[in-house]
Design a binder for this molecule. Structure first.
Ligand SMILES: [Fe+2]
Length: 232
């Protein structure tokens, strides 16, 4: 089932869809590209919300606003978050509630400053404390910010690495992603769509650039990480 692991389709919660019409247009665009499962990943910045619960309440209100018009039924639409790594984030109350719903997967975004070891400490603390599988959002973006050895430090962890489809438009990022595919790193794909103009869903490009078996492996990641209680 073709899956978008990273998109900002929910309205009113971050810099993604600006209103309900945009959300629905984005979802219809995804459906027209044969995407059958959507993971909604609004930005979670700890300092922008009163608490994780505050974010969850706002995210639910956002989803409730589009639900009656959405072409995706509940069982094909998953609420999640793109959690920004900050100092102390692993100790934030209820951080584990920001998983992709019904799974033990959590999407984490590294800072856009230079790499520092505390970032990996925070990530691994989240994984160990809550027994979660970490996904590093758009890992290729950090090529422009982190040294090769720091990139390798990140890749050496037992994480899943999420790739934005736009990576295939950038020669350096494309080469990096092709190397990850060749070396069999666990990869998943997402549009990271924010709108229907300059950052729109682009799964047709993915299908042009990547073999079906690689896309299937990405899709299957969801199936491998469902929490048992949600299977029956
Ligand atoms: Fe994003």
């Amino acid at each position: 089932m073709l899956t978008d692991f990273h998109c900002h389709v929910l309205p009113f919660i971050d810099d993604g869809a600006k209103d309900v019409d945009t959300s629905i247009a984005m979802l219809n665009m995804l459906l027209s590209q044969r995407v059958l499962r959507v993971i909604a990943t609004p930005h979670f910045y700890a300092h922008k919300f009163d608490s994780v619960n505050d974010f969850i309440v706002k995210r639910q209100a956002s989803y409730d606003a589009i639900k009656p018009l959405s072409p995706y039924k509940d069982n094909c639409f998953y609420l999640a978050a793109e959690v920004a790594i900050e100092h102390g984030i692993s100790s934030l109350v209820d951080i584990d509630k920001l998983v992709i719903s019904r799974t033990n997967l959590i999407l984490l975004e590294l800072p856009y400053s230079g790499f520092e070891n505390w970032m990996l400490d925070e990530i691994n603390n989240i994984a160990i404390k809550y027994n979660l599988k970490v996904i590093i959002a758009h890992v290729h973006r950090y090529l422009d910010l982190y040294s090769d050895s720091d990139m390798q430090k990140i890749l050496d962890n037992n994480f899943i690495f999420q790739i934005n489809i736009e990576a295939f438009k950038n020669p350096k990022h494309r080469k990096f992603v092709k190397t990850l595919i060749k070396e069999d790193y666990p990869l998943i794909f997402g549009s990271d769509a924010h709108n229907i103009s300059d950052r729109k869903p682009n799964f047709l490009l993915l299908k042009k650039k990547v073999k079906p078996i690689v896309i299937e492996s990405s899709n299957a990641t969801m199936d491998h990480h469902f929490i048992r209680q949600f299977l029956f």
